[in-house]
Ligand binder design. Structure first.
Ligand code: AMP
Length: 282
């Protein structure tokens, strides 16, 4: 496995691999890798000749009061995991090389960011769309892998790829969870033992919504109320950022559940903002 820091070098390597007919599977990450990330790497290894994983904590997707500086960066341990899985390249650029002194180009989608996390994290999805575009131009992936964990991100990337005629395919993989249901996340490292227990409120609330829909509930308002009540019962000190029942394609809030419905939530457990979601089919 080779670690490449320089964008031009990564681009030259990718160009030469693609012109020799190789398919490139690409997994963009911010590092602090866990089984969720590794599930994407494993799928990419199965479907491509070789796999590139980027590790880049992207400054443009963090707000001024967010955790950019304290985001975990266990680079050596991440590389050891990726080497063991069989990734061919780790691309690890510096913020200065990705955003040079006069950097001024950003990608903005008109509608999809105006929902869910986009309403709470101003500019976040512009930062995401911009860095992913840059990474696609550098890595030239045949297939790129994203997690359903960041559902809104995945629909935004798909839309951007369609809108801008980008050539990579996008595959979205299921959420990998801990045994007790907590969605794996690099930010789970921030949780104290008590907060780790409180964090179960998110997956439990999703399970409650699934159960109630199975039992015939169709009204979004009632589902949201029940979910919110359960979250506050499990974790009285939690702060709900949002609980949303939405159309999985447009992300618009819906009053009644559809044949396929997105249930998504963001909750502060202590100072840590956690997200989770579920696609419910009836
Ligand atoms: P991140 O490092 O948080 O930017 O995540 C990199 C990629 O891994 C994104 O496409 C995430 O959606 C995906 N990912 C993160 N956590 C999980 C998880 N628990 N299950 C599946 N994919 C995940």
């Amino acid at each position: 496995m080779k670690v490449i820091h320089n964008p031009a070098e990564m681009q030259a390597v990718s160009n030469s691999l693609r012109s020799s007919g190789k398919t490139i599977g690409f997994v963009p990450t911010m590092g602090a890798l866990h089984e969720g990330h590794l599930s994407l790497v494993r799928k990419a290894l199965k479907q491509n000749d070789l796999v590139v994983v980027s590790i880049f904590v992207n400054p443009t997707q963090f707000g001024p009061n967010e955790d950019f500086t304290k985001y975990p960066r266990p680079f050596e341990a991440d590389c050891a995991l990726l080497e063991k899985e069989g990734a061919a390249f780790v691309f690890n650029p510096s913020p200065e090389e990705m955003y040079t002194q006069y950097y001024q180009t950003f990608i903005d989608l008109k509608r999809l960011p105006n929902h869910l996390c986009g309403l709470k994290r101003e500019g976040h999805f512009s930062g995401v769309a911009t860095v992913v575009t840059k990474l696609f131009n550098i890595v030239k992936p045949t297939i790129s892998y994203f997690g359903q964990k960041d559902y809104q991100q995945s629909v935004i990337i798909r839309q951007m790829v369609t809108d801008l005629n980008m050539e990579t395919q996008i595959h979205v993989m299921p959420i990998v969870r801990e045994k007790d249901g907590l969605a794996m996340s690099s930010r789970n490292k921030y949780l104290s033992d008590k907060e780790r227990k409180d964090a179960l409120a998110l997956s439990q609330a999703l399970q409650l919504a699934e159960k109630q829909v199975r039992e015939g509930e169709r009204q979004s308002g009632r589902l949201i109320d029940e979910m919110s009540a359960l979250i506050m019962k499990i974790a009285p000190s939690a702060k709900i950022d949002y609980v949303s029942i939405a159309d999985p394609k447009t992300l618009d809030d819906i009053d009644r559940v559809l044949p396929e419905t997105l249930v998504a939530l963001a909750v502060y457990i202590g100072r840590t903002r956690l997200i989770d979601n579920s696609l419910i089919r009836i």
